[in-house]
Design a protein around this ligand. Structure first.
Ligand code: SF4
Length: 329
């Protein structure tokens, strides 16, 4: 189910001038994933159920437009649980939270709802099981990202070591025979992660891990779609926030294909000079960016150039996640 957002202010529809036409390759899949749809719906339904304000710990998803739209409906965003007043409901963001957070909310008697993406929760459960089985976990992810903080917070301190790069693998030091397991953040670069996992397996041949990395379907699919448009484009625009891991990875994927790429949050950030000499432009959106922002970008570009759109679909997505029981019925 797609959360609905107001259409942004209509772009100025001034006629495109005499510049050459622009062919626009629009990647699909792009934009909202099932985890983001679910997280937004949880906040909206929580506001309906409890009345405003409903507190949300951390940006529900990393997109300012989404956050501002939910604020307008009655959500209040905070960074820490102690900013939530007693008696008010609180939602935990799609990125997941350390175990201590729901425990503290329960202790305070708060009504809390968990919008953690089920694919992140799956990694949480795997982490618990590996540690229960006596293994030390090497977690491939980006330091400081809320998903990494949440996943590392599922197990006792010291039970998990963060691995960010292939170079980090060389610095790992464990006594011979230490039982090891690896897990990964869900929004990583498919190619980088494959290299790091290969490095871990070469260094620690008995390490165990998931059959496929934990990179989620939405991240993989959006990266594959960018690989399809980038070689045909002179520039790829990625709509997403600077703190959105999966959006940043899309920029990297395009650049690895040899095509310059820029991350933008809104159409207003596009400098028309970027399009000088560009005949074919690639466009995609990270998993937390709504489709209205894609249309806003297309309209903006249409102010400067006559645009022909070509959707480039590499796969269809039909994933839907169930809502928490408290909000159903
Ligand atoms: Fe879930 Fe993947 Fe979407 Fe993150 S990007 S919310 S892990 S489906």
């Amino acid at each position: 189910m797609n959360a609905s957002f107001p259409t942004p202010a209509a772009a100025d529809t001034a006629t495109a001038d005499a510049l050459p036409p622009l062919h626009l390759l629009i990647a699909a899949p792009r934009g909202f994933c099932a985890g983001v749809d679910r997280a937004i719906e949880i906040v909206e339904r929580a506001i309906d159920r409890y009345g405003a304000p409903v507190y949300v710990r951390h940006e529900i998803v990393h997109n300012r437009f989404v956050v501002d739209s939910l604020k307008a409906k009655g959500a209040v965003f905070v960074e820490e649980l102690d900013e939530v007043p007693d008696g008010k409901p609180v939602v935990f963001s799609a990125h997941g939270v350390p175990k201590v957070v729901p425990a503290a909310a329960t202790e305070r008697g708060l009504d809390w709802l968990d919008a953690t993406c089920p694919l992140v929760s799956k990694v949480h459960r795997q982490a618990e099981r590996k540690v229960e089985a006596g293994r030390h976990i090497l977690f491939v992810g980006h330091k400081g990202h809320p998903e990494v903080i949440g996943t590392m917070g599922q197990v006792p301190e010291g039970a998990m070591t963060l691995v960010e790069t292939l170079d980090d693998v060389a610095t790992l030091n464990f006594p011979e025979g230490t039982p090891l397991a690896f897990l990964t953040q869900t929004t990583l670069s498919v190619d980088d992660t494959a290299e790091i996992v290969a490095g871990l397996k070469a260094r620690f041949p008995t390490i165990v891990g998931p059959r496929a990395e934990d990179i989620c379907y939405a991240t993989s699919n959006r990266q594959a779609a960018v690989k399809a448009i980038a070689p045909r484009s002179q520039l790829v625009l990625v709509i997403g926030a600077p703190n959105s891991s999966n959006s940043l990875r899309l920029v990297e994927v395009a650049e690895r294909e040899g095509t310059p790429s820029r991350l933008i949050q809104r159409a207003s950030e596009i400098d028309p000079a970027w399009l000088d000499g560009v005949e074919t432009l690639g466009l995609t959106a990270g998993a937390s960016a709504p489709e209205v922002l894609v249309r806003e970008v297309v309209a903006r570009i249409g102010q400067w150039r006559t645009v022909s759109e070509e959707p480039v679909t590499t796969t269809e997505e039909h994933m839907v996640f169930k809502l928490p029981r408290q909000l159903v019925g």
